[in-house]
Design a binder for this molecule. Structure first.
Ligand code: SF4
Ligand code: SF4
Length: 343
């Protein structure tokens, strides 16, 4: 090993130790430029599989060539934070990542702290958490954090699919992290388990069919053909992650900010006013959904799991709410009546 290789290794080790103290269990480095699956991204967008997530179409050249984002960028550092936790017992599920505080906020602050250290080493940096023009999952693959699995999620051999990703572009040089090979093998569990057939083939996701998209990103009415498959999911879906055999080593997150927040019963929240919603979800990922879509989703959930006791809450919605919620509340009431044998 040359002296300069040794100093790069030392820099990488020092950074990894620092990253761990900031809660990032995994960390890897990809020298720029990187080899990304550019054709996959372009085809996915051209086929419209991103649905109404128009921001994914923007900044195409920056997404595909991240080295163009920061002048003289030499490395992209990818960091992962474990967010796995057991779900609390309640009617209506939130995806695991949405149980506690919004990870964007606190991860970004920590990335900034890591950037301060990199600046002391002479680097210029740009940090991102999910909101920048980066293809985080393919970049995480390039940085050796895992492989992009058949459900298109990043899979890590220690933490399974439960990693928040953060990225730092830096002008500093780091040694390349070793690649991790694809360990999906012949397994098809995620493809078979997806309730809506959103994993249309191994490694192919049609976001327009995905419950995470339908309950979070999609505005307007949820297509009826998907409503029953949504089951009791109020916000997001973990089905293709839960069934993955790489969960066997999953361990509870150490991050206290991710502790599940209480929000009461799904029928009661149909009577919420804006202040109730803000009180329950300020500073959490659910906040960006807004009260109207939250109630829309709650109606779908009650349509799937509700009982006769929930009908008055739906009727109140039918009398008082806007047309979007009324339409979902009527659907939910009909579903309950069908289950009771009256529809
Ligand atoms: S998140 Fe749910 S709906 Fe989306 S691909 Fe995975 S299992 Fe299917
Ligand atoms: S369930 Fe199987 S195919 Fe799907 S991501 Fe996990 S290992 Fe890969």
């Amino acid at each position: 090993m040359s002296v300069s290789d040794k100093s790069l290794q030392d820099r990488a080790m020092a950074f990894e130790v620092l990253a761990k103290t900031h809660g990032f269990e995994v960390c890897g480095f990809a020298p720029l430029p990187v080899e990304l699956r550019r054709e996959y991204y372009l085809r996915w967008i051209a086929d419209g599989k991103h649905g109404s997530m128009e921001w994914m179409e923007r900044n195409e050249s920056r997404r595909l060539y991240p080295e163009t984002i920061l002048l003289n960028a030499r490395t992209i550092i990818m960091l992962g934070m474990n967010y796995y936790q057991e779900l609390p017992e309640r009617r209506g599920r939130l995806a695991r990542y949405a149980q506690g505080k919004d990870y964007h906020t606190f991860i970004y602050k920590r990335l900034k702290q890591l950037c301060s250290w990199l600046r002391e080493q002479g680097g210029e940096q740009k940090p991102y958490v999910d909101t920048g023009p980066l293809l985080e999952k393919p970049l995480a693959v390039c940085a050796g954090l895992g492989w992009q699995a058949k459900n298109t999620v990043l899979l890590n051999t220690h933490f399974g699919p439960w990693l928040f990703l953060g990225s730092i572009l830096t002008t500093l040089e780091f040694p390349s992290s070793p690649a991790v090979k694809d360990h999906c093998g012949r397994c098809m569990r995620c493809v078979e388990a997806c309730p809506t057939g959103a994993i249309t083939a191994p490694y192919e996701l049609d976001a327009r069919r995905c419950i995470a998209y339908l309950t979070i990103e999609h505005e307007g009415a949820i297509p009826e053909m998907f409503r029953t498959q949504i089951g009791d999911r109020l916000f997001g879906c973990d089905e293709c992650l839960d069934v993955c055999p790489w969960n066997r080593r999953a361990q509870a997150t150490r991050e206290l900010k991710l502790a599940a927040q209480p929000f009461g019963d799904v029928a009661a929240l149909l009577a919420w006013e804006e202040e109730d919603f803000q009180r329950a979800f300020a500073g959490t990922p659910v906040k960006r959904l807004g009260l109207q879509r939250w109630k829309r989703n709650a109606c779908v959930v009650l349509g799937n799991i509700g009982t006769a006791d929930d009908v008055p809450a739906l009727e109140r919605c039918i009398e008082k709410e806007d047309t979007l919620i009324v339409e979902h509340a009527i659907w939910a009431k009909m579903q309950i009546f069908k289950r009771l044998g009256g529809g």
